[in-house]
Design a protein around this ligand. Structure first.
Ligand code: ATP
Length: 280
């Protein structure tokens, strides 16, 4: 079975509280982009094995796709085994939910492949055990994600917009980004309702005005280059620009493909990986 595991960008990321167990309470608008990994599932007699076309991705229990297979096997009592192959196109540790989307694909794929009969809600509950972004990745599209990532409200699609992803040549640990964040210092939160209105109207000026990521300033303190990448993305004509998730990827949303294509060479400077994609 071959699955497409799509990346996401954050149109917003707000941190609205912290639970006693240390988890941050979030309010995020997430958006799927066309960029995807390919996840290939093959049945084997027993056990779990994993391979990946990129040497820098772990292929043992540390891989979140491996963890997803283990979890769904335990939850369903499945006795057959699985081989997972990942063709990795999504940059790693980039704020694009690269690992989470592979895990979601494994959950969805194995449920269908072995007719396990788990409901969408049950898959989401398993996904949440793996990571805050996994339930959203099971859903996809344009969505408001709240709580620790478990409350998902589908929104009118903001699909069909041209996006350029700019990933500088380093990764950011999600844990470190949240660790450096101080909720008490936040004076102004994201105006999520207004952003939702702008998205529903396809109003790029409004999206530009209201899209915000509260982790951006925190991550910029450690990696100031993110700020200059944002400025360059604006200069190349992007209508909206923001850091996605815990970074370091910065994206630009462009009015049309021609402007975006013209921006690629300029943004590729300084070792950045640059990917042209679109919202779906
Ligand atoms: P998020 O946006 O959900 O925070 P991310 O894009 O920042 O995700 P990932 O690409 O998921 O981060 O990678 C984070 C870490 O997880 C990396 O250090 C990587 O080695 C490890 N990892 C485990 N499984 C995977 C996988 N299937 N794909 C990519 N990275 C993985």
């Amino acid at each position: 079975m071959i699955l497409k595991a799509y990346a996401k960008i954050n149109l917003s990321l707000d941190i609205v509280g912290k639970r006693d167990d240390g988890y941050h309470l979030l309010e995020m608008i997430m958006q799927t982009v066309e960029l995807h990994d390919e996840v290939i599932l093959t049945e084997r007699t027993s056990g779990i094995s994993l391979s990946c076309d990129k040497a820098y991705v772990p292929v043992d229990e540390r891989n979140i796709a491996y963890k997803a297979a283990k979890l769904i096997m335990e939850a369903s009592g499945l006795t057959s085994g699985i081989h997972i192959h990942i063709n990795k196109n999504i940059p790693v540790a980039a704020g694009l939910a690269g690992g989470s989307t592979d895990a979601a694909a494994v959950l969805k794929g194995m449920n269908a492949m072995f007719s396990l009969g788990l409901s969408h809600e049950e898959l989401k509950a398993l996904g949440l055990k793996l990571g805050a972004d996994v339930p959203y990745c099971l859903e996809g599209g344009t969505a408001l994600c709240e709580g620790v990532g478990e409350r998902i409200t589908k929104l009118k699609s903001f699909g069909g917009h041209v996006v350029v992803l700019v990933k500088p040549p380093f990764g950011v640990s999600t844990k470190d980004a949240y660790g450096a964040f101080n909720l008490e210092k936040i004076k102004r939160h994201v105006e999520t309702e207004k952003l939702m209105d702008s998205l529903a109207k396809d109003d790029l000026n409004g999206v530009h005005y209201y899209s915000r990521n509260l982790l951006e300033n925190v991550v910029i303190q450690s990696y100031p280059v993110i700020k200059s990448i944002k400025q360059r993305v604006v200069k190349t004509g992007a209508r909206v620009t923001l850091m996605s998730g815990s970074g370091p990827t910065v994206y630009g949303i462009y009015e049309n493909k021609e402007t975006a294509v013209r921006a690629l060479d300029e943004l590729r400077k300084n070792g950045n990986e640059v990917i042209l994609t679109e919202t779906v």
